[in-house]
Design a binder for this molecule. Structure first.
Ligand code: NAI
Length: 287
């Protein structure tokens, strides 16, 4: 048995949040999006409009579909209004366990009794986030990929207490979004980050050691292994700060040298070189 989902609240309007809001509104859900930072909300709305316009220009979308999606999407400047009446709240805020736990407690308080609470976390165990709630059976991981409107996968992470109803409801929503899901047991880094981050961090270590240039390390995987893009370019798209936070979490949770953040990654983050979103990471995005 699954629960019907009509209203979706997206909390966190950054790289991932705006994309999740966009695909949800396009699929017919009533969507609210909010963030602590008002300018992030405005930027997210602009990005959604631009993406949808791009879809029309490429012949993938009609003007009617764009207008419908924009009419269903509301920017809201406080959490309480954003989540009230929502059937599903999707969190896409900073990758920090304590901050996410606090948000889940607040979302539960304001969203009402039956809302499903999902996290887009890349690495924080869902069971730990669920501990902050009174109804862990309604908590699940819903891990989208960047850019959300293009990437087909949603990795669903079920912790020990996630109910069957929650799992089935969310599987149904992923289908309605036109995406594919995999269901993964709650474990650090799930299936995707646990494997993908090893490659990204090792590429940074190779760059530190002067094994090859960033371009050539990326070319190695793109042409030699048919990856759609190399690990350093992908790190720029994900955000170096986001990757560093994931590496720290996985290093704590799984141990082993492979998740130890390379010095070059920490240095770049400290300098504000966060990848595409800041204009510079392993590549210069302003060129
Ligand atoms: P981002 O840095 O682009 O956006 C995060 C947004 O959350 C910011 O606008 C910030 O103001 C807001 N925020 C922070 N604390 C908040 C709070 N307490 N309440 C409301 N808003 C708050 O981050 P991004 O890249 O969108 O990542 C968000 C989450 O998605 C993280 O958990 C990350 O690990 C995960 N993720 C990121 C992917 C990526 O490629 N960037 C891919 C898949 C998952």
């Amino acid at each position: 048995m699954s629960q019907s989902i009509n209203k979706v609240a997206v909390i966190g309007a950054g790289t991932m949040g705006h994309g999740i809001a966009q695909v949800s509104a396009l699929a017919g859900y009533e969507v609210t999006i909010t963030d602590l930072d008002d300018s992030a909300i405005q930027l997210a709305m602009e990005k959604v409009r631009k993406n949808l316009d791009g879809g029309i220009a490429r012949g993938k979308l009609t003007e009617e579909a764009r207008d419908g999606a924009l009419a269903r999407l509301s920017a809201v400047d406080d959490l309480e209004s954003a989540v009230q009446d929502a059937d599903l709240c999707i969190e896409a805020i900073v990758e920090n366990k304590e901050i996410k736990q606090k948000l889940f407690a607040d979302m539960e308080l304001w969203a009402g009794g039956s809302a499903i609470l999902a996290s887009n976390t890349s690495s924080v165990p869902i069971g730990m986030i669920a501990e902050a709630t009174a109804h862990p059976e309604r908590v699940i991981g819903m891990h989208f990929f960047n850019p959300v409107h293009i990437m087909k996968l949603v990795e669903l992470v079920v912790h020990e207490g996630t109910s069957e109803e929650t799992r089935l409801s969310v599987i149904g929503m992923v289908e309605a979004l036109g995406k594919e899901s995999i269901v993964v047991k709650d474990s650090p880094g799930f299936a995707t980050s646990r494997l993908g981050v090893v490659l990204g961090l090792e590429a940074i270590r190779m760059l530190e050691q002067g094994v090859a240039s960033a371009e050539d390390i990326d070319k190695a995987m793109a042409l030699g292994y048919k990856h759609p893009m190399g690990p350093l370019r992908l790190t720029d798209l994900v955000g170096l700060d986001v990757r560093l936070a994931i590496a720290k979490t996985l290093s704590e949770e799984l141990g082993g040298d492979q998740y130890e953040p390379p010095a070059l990654l920490s240095e770049k983050v400290a300098r504000g070189e966060l990848g595409r979103k800041s204009g510079r990471g392993f590549y210069d995005w302003n060129e």
